[in-house]
Design a protein around this ligand. Structure first.
Ligand SMILES: CC(C)(COP(=O)(O)OP(=O)(O)OC[C@H]1O[C@@H](n2cnc3c(N)ncnc32)[C@H](O)[C@@H]1OP(=O)(O)O)[C@@H](O)C(=O)NCCC(=O)NCCS
Length: 159
């Protein structure tokens, strides 16, 4: 049963319209970007990360399929070097809201491990925003452990 199938051009275009605003919102929520320029910054980041769109070298963007074979989400990873070994860095996992909590992301990550082995990579790394408790719960359940934690506390009265 296929869980990850290469994304089509039409799916890629539709996916960008979802993930770019979501990424901008996360950057604002985490205090990294000002709201007024966040969407432009997010578009710029995506253009730099994916200069050749879905066919950008070392990048793998998949449509996640349900057990019945219909599209329920997207998984994007890039091959990277980390401490002298080659790994998969997951930039995005997205499951459509109406299909969440049905195990699709978990199945996608299991299929990712098969893909990682096939490509001769040694592991999977990813980033998660501090406010994204759903994703953190997912990754913890899948066996991921935190390697870096950034923290912030606003100081009342400071400029
Ligand atoms: C995070 C996301 C990918 C999870 O996808 P999903 O298909 O619903 O995940 P699964 O059904 O495989 O969930 C597996 C486990 O993760 C945890 N989990 C997932 N969503 C959760 C939520 N909203 N709250 C708490 N735990 C959650 C649970 O432990 C869950 O197991 P359970 O349902 O048996 O309790 C999905 O919510 C999503 O697309 N969110 C928006 C995009 C996003 O935040 N991506 C992550 C970027 S780092």
């Amino acid at each position: 049963m296929t869980v990850l199938r290469p994304i089509t051009e039409a799916e890629y275009v539709a996916w960008l319209e979802i993930v770019i605003p979501a990424y901008a919102k996360d950057k604002v929520s985490s205090g990294q970007w000002p709201k007024d320029s966040a969407l432009d910054s997010a578009r710029k980041d995506y253009a730099e990360l994916l200069p050749n769109g879905k066919d950008t070298d070392k990048n793998h963007i998949f449509t996640v399929l349900s057990p019945e074979g219909f599209p329920v989400g997207t998984l994007w990873f890039v091959e990277q070097e980390r401490a002298n070994s080659h790994i998969a860095y997951v930039y995005d996992i997205y499951v459509k809201p109406e299909h969440r909590r049905q195990g699709h992301a978990s199945r996608a990550f299991q299929a990712l491990e098969v893909e990682v082995t096939r490509l001769g990579l040694s592991g999977v790394a990813l980033h998660v925003f501090g406010h994204n408790l759903a994703a953190q719960a997912l990754y913890t359940k899948l066996g991921y452990v935190a390697t870096n934690i950034n923290m912030f506390k606003p100081v009342p009265g400071a400029t």
